[in-house]
Every structure is written in structure tokens, then in C-alpha cells.
Design a protein around this ligand. Structure first.
Ligand code: KIV
Ligand code: ZN
Length: 514
């Protein structure tokens, strides 16, 4: 029999505290709805006393989201608790999350207090919060560096005061897994009445141990985990939701389950990354761009023989369409043959061998070999066939004007142009491009990154589009970020076009693009 582990998502509170990740109310509602669809049990929607924006967001999220518990953070202060209760007045399942520092550092250098006074303030806060809501979570800030005996006294006192959830944060990400696991075990074995409440983990990743600490916490008795999408959060971040959910799914002998709808993980991760303008590192477990990408020849061959040779997770389980085989100078013949087959080509062993040598020469010069390169290598496509270029871009934008864009594309020898408006110059230009192509594309990802720091910097743009269930990636870099965006969009479109005409390779491009 598996135990249910409650997923407490704090993307909108601990995650949103990160500089540059702030969301407006509309964006927060969008994330909260996505979290509800993902199947989280609790959404920590904000710290309402911190700003009128946070307060209002909790009100709106409480109205928009009905399944998960909505939680508001407070310090152990009456006013914080009153404001939190007010912000939760529309929540179907409200929770107040109150607490205070319990480590020597916090008591001495932050709160200028002593251990006995901290217990009194903790108990008063829980009792006061109970006047407004039944569900009161208590956090012992910096529990990771609090001695276990004193922590047990604090926790016992707040359980007696009516706390329903006991959060044991490793606020500074200091604990080793062994230590954190022993802490949870100690509380479980030494706090009178602890069975009346749920123990919660809340781990930070300063030493890269957040996920390990969370898992060991669960193995020792915690039944709620506090996590964020993509592991975003203060400093090095919080435990990442997707890692915990997939650990529990992947280890079939693990006696725990969550309510997470795994297939929604990837889409929710992308949404959070885009709205919070926080790129996910390429090698991030589960959701990074390279998490299912295979580049060495031995691995590619192994994956093509049986996916499980090098993948413990089926990417489709988390909503990624397929694992990717990246063609580089380290790829072998098996990967090259596989990619050609997807593109609709099949070659004799001898011909493949011949092309493979040309491929290696090209791959030595070019980091990443694209489908277009393969067509040229195969000798079945001409250079002209792949030319879909941004020929001209003119935008009108600024304060108090309707953004407009005129786009001219060169599709082989044909010039086509369109003008459109939008909610900004990039949106207007994308609309104009869409008018010029006779297929439906859906923008899945749009990421702008500055390479260095100055205002004269080169901006890199990554775009991912979807066409007929397949994803296509486009890239450009330019000092003009609007031009880079449109070039990246056109780059992605040109690949989707190439893929669609697979099997019609002798057809004139202009015939298809009528
Ligand atoms: O890390 C921490 O201790 C926190 C608390 C406010 C729960 O985020
Ligand atoms: Zn935290």
C-alpha cells in the first residue's frame, strides 16, 4: 500500500521572490491554474502582507482555483495573520502558513530574542491563526541548523496549539541527507502528539542536496513536500517538483505516490520558465533541453536499439514528444541512418558509408547538423530549396502607438509581404509572418537571452513552434532583438516546412507555398 505524499507548491511564493521572476496578477492566475491541472495539493500563493499586489493575487487565485488548498505565508505577527486571513476569504480550502526562526543564528542575530520567548511567540501565532482558519501550518525557520532537542520542544508546543502541518525547513540548504533524515525521525519519535499533524519538508539547494534531503525526509516520515517548478527559489533554489514526482514514479519499489499528472510536467515547466523569464538550464534533470538528448555515438546506437538502454524515463510520460538524437561529430552511422529515415531517405550500406564520411567532415566544422545539411549531404536537395529568409522587417512601436510590423519573406525566388498589428512589435511581426505561410503553427516557446550585459549586446532568441503535432526549433542572434526574434521564428518555420515537404522533394517550393 502506497502512502500519499502531498505536493505543496511554492513557485508563486519562494519561487517568485527571485529577482526578475516577479509576475503580475494575471500571470499568477495562469500559473496557479496550471498547477491545479498538474495536480498539486497545495498552492502557496504569496506573502500577502508584503505588498498590495501579493494580497490581491491571493484573492484572485482563491477565486480562480478550487481544487488545491490555497496557502498564504505570514511571520508570527498578529497583523500578518489578519492580512493573510483577509486575503484567503474566497478560498475554498484556506491555509495560513505562519512561523518563526528557531536556530541560534536566527534567535540571536535576527530576532534578538531567546529560546523560551520564541516558543511563546510560535504558540501565540498558531493560536491566533486558528481563530481564522482550521488549517494552520507552522514553519520553524532554519530548522536545518536548529538542535533537534530544542526543535522538538517548539514543534510539540505548536502541535498542542493546533498546528495541522509542521514545516521543517532547511532554510540555508546546509543539511546533509543523513542529518536531515535523522531530524525528521527524531521529531517523529520524540514529539508528543506529532501523529495529529503532517510533517513537511522544505529544502533549499545551496549545496545541491535539496532533492536528496526531501526524499530522505519522506523516507523518515514526512508526508508533505514543499517544492517549486524547475527548482526556482531563493539563491540556488528549492527542491524541484518534477524531480520529486519522477523519483516517486520511477522507483516502483518506493511505497509513495503523488497526485501529479505526469504528462503535464513539461508544459507547466515551460510556462513557468517563460512567464518568470527564467531559462531552465540545459542539463536540468527531467525538464532541461538536454534531459533526453543523446549525442555520443555509443549512446545513440543504444537508444535506437532500445530506448531503455540509456533512458530511465520515457520522455512522453512527462509530455515531451520524443527523445532527441543530436547529430554531432560524435554520432555514429546508426543515428545518421535513423535521422535519414525520419526525413524519408533510405540508402544502401555503401551509400550510407559514403555519406557518413562527408557528414563527419561537415560535423567537424559545424557544431550541430540540421536536417537541411543532411538533405544537402544526401544530394537530393539543392541549396536554393532551403531558402526561406527574412528579406525585410519594418516595425512601428513606442508609447501610445499601435505596434505594427511589415514583413517581407524571400521564399526561393518569390517575394511575399504582409503587414499586421499586435500587442507589441514582435507579436505584430509574428502575425505578419503567419499570414504569409499556409500552415498553422503554434508558438510553444520563446526565449530571449542577452549574451553579455550592455545595451549594445547581442540578443539570442530561441523559438519552438508546433506544426501537426511536431516541434521545430529556431534560433537567431542579432543586436536588434526584434529582428533576431523574427529570424528565429522564420528559422523554425523553414524547418517545419522542410519536414512537411518530405517525400515531395522534387516539387518546386513555390508550388507548395502557393
Ligand atoms: O526557507 C524557508 O525557511 C522558508 C520559510 C518562510 C518557510 O521559505
Ligand atoms: Zn524557503
Amino acid at each position: 500500500m502506497e502512502d500519499q505524499i502531498f505536493i505543496f507548491d511554492t513557485t508563486l511564493r519562494d519561487g517568485e521572490q527571485v529577482p526578475g521572476c516577479q509576475l503580475n496578477t494575471v500571470e499568477k492566475i495562469e500559473v496557479a491554474k496550471a498547477l491545479e491541472t498538474l495536480g498539486v495539493d497545495v498552492i502557496e500563493a504569496g506573502f500577502p502582507v508584503s505588498s498590495p499586489g501579493d494580497f490581491q493575487s491571493i484573492i484572485e487565485i482563491s477565486k480562480a482555483v478550487t481544487q488545491p488548498t490555497i496557502c498564504a505565508l505570514t511571520r508570527a505577527l498578529k497583523n500578518d495573520i489578519e492580512v493573510a486571513a483577509e486575503s484567503l476569504k474566497f478560498a475554498k480550502k484556506p491555509r495560513i502558513h505562519t512561523g518563526i526562526g528557531t536556530s541560534w543564528f536566527h534567535i540571536t542575530h535576527k530576532l534578538n530574542s531567546n529560546q523560551e520567548e520564541i516558543i511563546t511567540r510560535a504558540v501565540e501565532a498558531v493560536k491566533y491563526a486558528k481563530k481564522f482558519v482550521h488549517d494552520v501550518e507552522f514553519f520553524a525557520e532554519d530548522a536545518g541548523r536548529t538542535e533537534n532537542e530544542y526543535l522538538a520542544r517548539v514543534i510539540e508546543a505548536v502541535v498542542k496549539a493546533g498546528a495541522t502541518v509542521l514545516n521543517i525547513p532547511d532554510t540555508t540548504g546546509y543539511c546533509l541527507p543523513e542529518e536531515y533524515g535523522a531530524k525528521i525521525k527524531f521529531l517523529k519519535e520524540n514529539v508528543k502528539g506529532i501523529h495529529k499533524a503532517v510533517i513537511s519538508t522544505h529544502c533549499h539547494n545551496d549545496l545541491g542536496l535539496a532533492t536528496a534531503n526531501t526524499i530522505i525526509g519522506v523516507m523518515n516520515g514526512a508526508r508533505q513536500v514543499e517544492v517549486t517548478l524547475n527548482g526556482i527559489g531563493e539563491r540556488a533554489g528549492n527542491t524541484s517538483l518534477e524531480e520529486i514526482a519522477m523519483i516517486m514514479k520511477s522507483h516502483s519499489d518506493f511505497p509513495f505516490k503523488t497526485g501529479i499528472k505526469f504528462k503535464k510536467i513539461y508544459a507547466t515547466s515551460r510556462l513557468v520558465s517563460t512567464l518568470m523569464r527564467m531559462p531552465v538550464q540545459a542539463n536540468k534533470a527531467i525538464v532541461g533541453r538536454n534531459a533526453f538528448a543523446h549525442s555520443s555515438g555509443i549512446h545513440q546506437d543504444g537508444v535506437l536499439k532500445k530506448r531503455e538502454n540509456y533512458e530511465i524515463i520515457d520522455p512522453t510520460d512527462i509530455g515531451i514528444k520524443e527523445s532527441s538524437i543530436i547529430l554531432t561529430a560524435r554520432s555514429g552511422r546508426a543515428a545518421l541512418k535513423h535521422r535519414f529515415e525520419i526525413l524519408g531517405y533510405s540508402f544502401s550500406k555503401e551509400k550510407l558509408n559514403e555519406i557518413y564520411h562527408k557528414f563527419l567532415t561537415l560535423a567537424d566544422k559545424k557544431k550541430d547538423i540540421k536536417d537541411d545539411d543532411l538533405r544537402i549531404l544526401a544530394g537530393t536537395a539543392t541549396i536554393e530549396e532551403k531558402h526561406i529568409k527574412l528579406d525585410l522587417l519594418q516595425v512601428v512601436c513606442g508609447k501610445s502607438v499601435v505596434p505594427m510590423a511589415t514583413v517581407r519573406l524571400k521564399i526561393n525566388d518569390k517575394i511575399v509581404s504582409a503587414t499586421a498589428s499586435g500587442n507589441g512589435p514582435i507579436d505584430a511581426a509574428f502575425s505578419a509572418v503567419k499570414q504569409l505561410i499556409n500552415r498553422k503553427v503554434h508558438l510553444e516557446e520563446f526565449l530571449i537571452q542577452a549574451i553579455t550585459r550592455g545595451s549594445d549586446d547581442l540578443g539570442k532568441v530561441h523559438v519552438q513552434i508546433e506544426n501537426r503535432g511536431k516541434l521545430y526549433y529556431g534560433f537567431s542572434a542579432n543586436t536588434d532583438i526584434i529582428t533576431a526574434s523574427v529570424e528565429a521564428f522564420v528559422d523554425a518555420i523553414s524547418k517545419c516546412y522542410d519536414f512537411t515537404v518530405n517525400g515531395m522533394k522534387n516539387k518546386n517550393l513555390n508550388e507548395i507555398w502557393k
